[in-house]
Design a binder for this molecule. Structure first.
Ligand SMILES: *[C@@H]1O[C@H](CO)[C@@H](O)[C@H](O)[C@H]1NC(C)=O
Ligand SMILES: *[C@@H]1O[C@H](CO)[C@@H](O)[C@H](O)[C@H]1NC(C)=O
Ligand SMILES: *[C@@H]1O[C@H](CO)[C@@H](O)[C@H](O)[C@H]1NC(C)=O
Length: 778
């Protein structure tokens, strides 16, 4: 730097203007150098719409055949971060607003990344994780058990995920810039309760006494700060199920974690839009704040509104770009959107229905050990804090996580420093030898078993009871289901003994027709970013299982003597990652055979097997060694079978167009904040166009005399797009758009629009739009 300055000094006669340019360049270089020395990584974040088909498709999670998507509460997204050492290794973490990761989706995403970037992103350093919402479209997993209720494979669900994940990673890749990451932790007490406390109580008392609660209450948050743009996002991990929405809900929703993400991203954009307003005039402002000052006279507003009658449906183009303006309007051009992800961790036995489980008929708490009412499970339901309104419960549990995340975000000060590294291995869990400590000293070798599910699996949980005569904590089983099961596959003596005391309902690991019913090869993976270590697990660890795994890995890392991992090492579990293999309980919880134990696929030593395999990865990480890649999991894409029929055609009654209003807002009406505006449009099947990165519904506000500005879309919590047919086979359908006017809405003249796409008999797709009459919010 000094040399450069000296040489400028020598060329004294250069024009003053040029010299100033030089000096500014030097200052800029110096400035960026000091900033760079502080930021040690390249960071990039991305986000893309993965909502998928909003009609006809069974929702993933509750395995309830009757829970079929029919509209959108708010959209689902894939949110990604990439962290790279400037000249070294990098890791990718993707958080999906989906029930879980899928092996097939992971395989296809990796193929696309390979085609784009060569060997930059592989199974080794990419983790794809699900938040466990039970309100997203299903049919995207490859193993038979997980696609029975969706009538097999659903290509549209699958494609929306693969495309969206790829695009969010591409965005993150293109956003890579120097930046820093901060980590922070804190307790959130009221967003989860243990739904199988009787199983938890079977863990040794000495172990339980080390913990204050029977679920993990800690949230771990990463804050991403870009050198140029400042804070650009955050990712956090906290354990609670995505079951605030019930097994009868039919609107697509990210449940409490998706809601929290929506709230936090909007919070950040609105705050930064506000603070930007004082700066340059070019910076787009919050659209509504411009408008509120224009009209003040209620009479004048009504008069204005009455001149805008509902307009008939008409062909539409460029729908998506119109709708995206709602969120992008808040942002400075070029500035990457703020990405906030709420990721899942060891939620296996954690319910967001924090009021407890009660019997629908009597209102008394369900039986403690079996979660039954009068001996049956069908009537036992967990209650969320918004009971009986599930949308309210979702909002409240979402808001609690959002508030805690904002807290941690605002106070994060511990910077991540150190190497980026990773280890990944595929392991065959169907016949793994596991060395465990023996009672009274020494060790013994035990084995895992081919996958199988116990009877209590079919009982479901208090978040979504099963439909048949099953109860949790069942170690005998009923004869009818034993018969049905025998038609499928009778487990042999060895398999029965291996799983004991689990009574086997479905011997899924040994069922191979028409293709595998359950996975046997599972990925295990460690990602390291400085002092943060992420353990990618392909399932739902219960509270105590998660604690044991984290402790085992942390002990190994910090006691290695390498000095690389100190007491500030943070270990988080990323649940439901890369593929899905149901639950993992502790050996002691397994003995109780509640839902989680019955769904622990590989027998009583499943957890010990994970701990052993993660210790291998951790050891290799410390020593700088490689690990065995293990056997490749199968790719069954070509074998997938689907019974979901395609859209045949859409139609409207004679004299009515797609998009026409069937039930309008009352003429010359005025609504108060907090009230709900409902408009019904003639519509067509949402499967014709998923409106990816677009919207089916829009609320617009009038600016001046004739300019309509989008203010809310179907990604907003306050706006619901509810699609329905009069009967299952009818080509006619309607869209009911409900807008609950938020307290923050500007006063003014509004209207509601619907966008859709209809399928003609010959198969061509035509887009349409319709508009309600204008109304006043006063
Ligand atoms: C609505 O208001 C307009 C203008 O104020 C008026 O002409 C019209 O009759 C009103 N319609 C109804 C149904 O009240
Ligand atoms: C639950 O089961 C345990 C073990 O069998 C028993 O000791 C306990 O009393 C039961 N609790 C209730 C509330 O039924
Ligand atoms: C959606 O509309 C259908 C048919 O009008 C109705 O039965 C259902 O309750 C609505 N769902 C929601 C969540 O509003």
């Amino acid at each position: 730097m000094m040399e450069l300055l000296a040489s400028i000094g020598c060329h004294f006669r250069i024009p003053l203007k040029t010299m100033w340019l030089w000096i500014s360049l030097v200052l800029v270089l110096q400035y960026s150098k000091t900033v760079l020395s502080d930021s040690n990584y390249l960071i990039g974040l991305g986000s893309y719409d993965i909502t998928g088909p909003a009609a006809d498709v069974n929702m993933m999670g509750y395995a309830n055949t009757e829970q079929i998507a029919s509209g959108i509460h708010f959209r689902l997204r894939a949110r990604s971060f990439i962290v790279a050492e400037p000249q070294g290794k990098r890791v990718v973490f993707v958080n999906l607003d989906a029930c879980m990761a899928s092996q097939l989706v992971t395989i296809k995403v990796l193929e696309r990344l390979k085609a784009r970037y060569g060997n930059l992103y592989t199974e080794q350093n990419v983790a794809i994780s699900g938040i466990h919402t039970h309100a997203g479209p299903g049919g995207y997993l490859q193993y038979v058990v997980y696609i029975v209720t969706s009538l097999g494979f659903v290509h549209q669900s699958f494609d929306a995920l693969v495309d969206g994940i790829e695009k969010s990673i591409v965005q993150a890749h293109e956003n890579l810039q120097p930046g820093s990451i901060f980590v922070n932790k804190g307790e959130l007490l009221d967003a989860g309760v243990n739904r199988s406390p009787s199983a938890y109580l079977n863990n040794p008392a000495s172990e339980r006494s080390k913990y204050k609660y029977n679920v993990d209450k800690e949230m771990t948050l990463l804050k991403f700060v870009d050198d140029q743009w400042g804070p650009v996002g955050s990712f956090n991990w906290f354990a609670t199920h995505g079951t605030s929405m019930s097994r009868t809900n039919s609107l697509i929703s990210g449940d409490n974690k998706g809601a929290a993400a929506r709230f936090m991203e909007d919070w950040f954009e609105q705050n930064s839009a506000k603070s930007d307003e004082l700066g340059t005039d070019e910076i787009p402002r919050r659209v509504s704040s411009i408008i509120s000052s224009i009209h003040n006279n209620h009479h004048e507003l009504l008069e204005l509104a009455s001149s805008f009658q509902s307009s008939p449906g008409k062909p539409a183009t460029r729908i998506s770009s119109a709708a995206r303006r709602v969120r992008s309007a808040l942002r400075q051009a070029d500035k990457p959107g703020f990405v906030s992800a709420f990721c899942q961790t060891n939620c296996g036995d954690v319910s967001p229905n924090v009021l407890g489980a009660f019997c629908l008929d009597t209102g008394v708490p369900c039986d403690f050990n079996h979660s039954t009412c009068g001996g049956k499970n069908e009537l036992c339901y967990g209650r969320g804090p918004g009971y009986p309104d599930e949308f309210e419960s979702t909002r409240i549990i979402g808001e609690r996580q959002f508030n805690k995340a904002v807290d941690l975000f605002n106070t994060a000060s511990e910077q991540l420093k150190g190497k980026i590294d990773y280890r990944h291995s595929y392991v065959d869990f169907s016949q793994l030898e596991v060395t465990i400590p023996k009672e009274g000293g020494g060790s013994e070798v035990v084995k895992t078993c081919p996958a199988a599910m116990g009877f209590a699996f079919a009982a479901g949980t208090t978040d979504g009871p099963g439909a048949f005569d099953f109860k949790q904590g069942d170690d005998k089983g009923n004869p009818f289901w034993r018969l049905v099961r025998n038609l499928l596959k009778a487990p042999d003596k060895k398999q029965v003994e291996c799983h004991s005391p689990k009574p086997i309902l479905l011997d899924t690991g040994e069922m191979k027709q028409p293709y595998d019913w359950a996975p046997s090869i599972l990925p295990v993976q460690i990602l390291r970013i400085g002092q943060l270590v992420i353990l990618s697990v392909p399932g739902e660890f219960t509270t105590m299982s998660g604690r044991r795994l984290r402790d085992a890995v942390k002990t190994m890392l910090t006691s290695s003597g390498s000095g690389e991992f100190g007491s500030n090492t943070h270990v988080v579990i990323a649940g439901l990652t890369n593929t899905y293999s149901q639950y993992i309980t502790s050996f002691e919880e397994y003995q109780i055979q509640r839902y989680e134990g019955a769904s622990t696929l590989y027998g009583p030593h499943t957890l010990s097997a994970y701990i052993q395999e993660f210790q291998k990865l951790a050891s290799a990480l410390i020593k700088g060694q490689t690990v065995e890649p293990g056997p490749q999991p199968p790719d069954f894409l070509k074998k997938q079978i689907s019974f979901l029929t395609p859209v045949v055609m859409d139609s409207t009654p004679a004299g009515v167009n797609f998009g026409d209003v069937s039930s309008d807002v009352p003429a010359n009406s005025t609504f108060k904040r907090g009230s709900t505006v409902t408009v019904v449009f003639w519509s067509a099947c949402p499967r014709n166009d998923l409106m990816t990165e677009g919207t089916f519904a829009l609320v617009e506000i009038l600016q001046g005399k004739d300019t309509w500005v989008p203010t809310y879309d179907d990604d907003d919590f306050c706006l619901r797009f509810n699609w329905s047919r009069p009967s299952k086979l009818s080509p006619r359908s309607q869209a009911t758009i409900e807008w609950t006017i938020p307290p923050s809405a500007s006063l003014g003249v509004y209207r509601i629009r619907h966008f859709g796409a209809a399928k003609r008999l010959m198969g061509s797709i035509q887009h349409f739009t319709g508009t309600s009459s204008a109304f006043v919010v006063a």
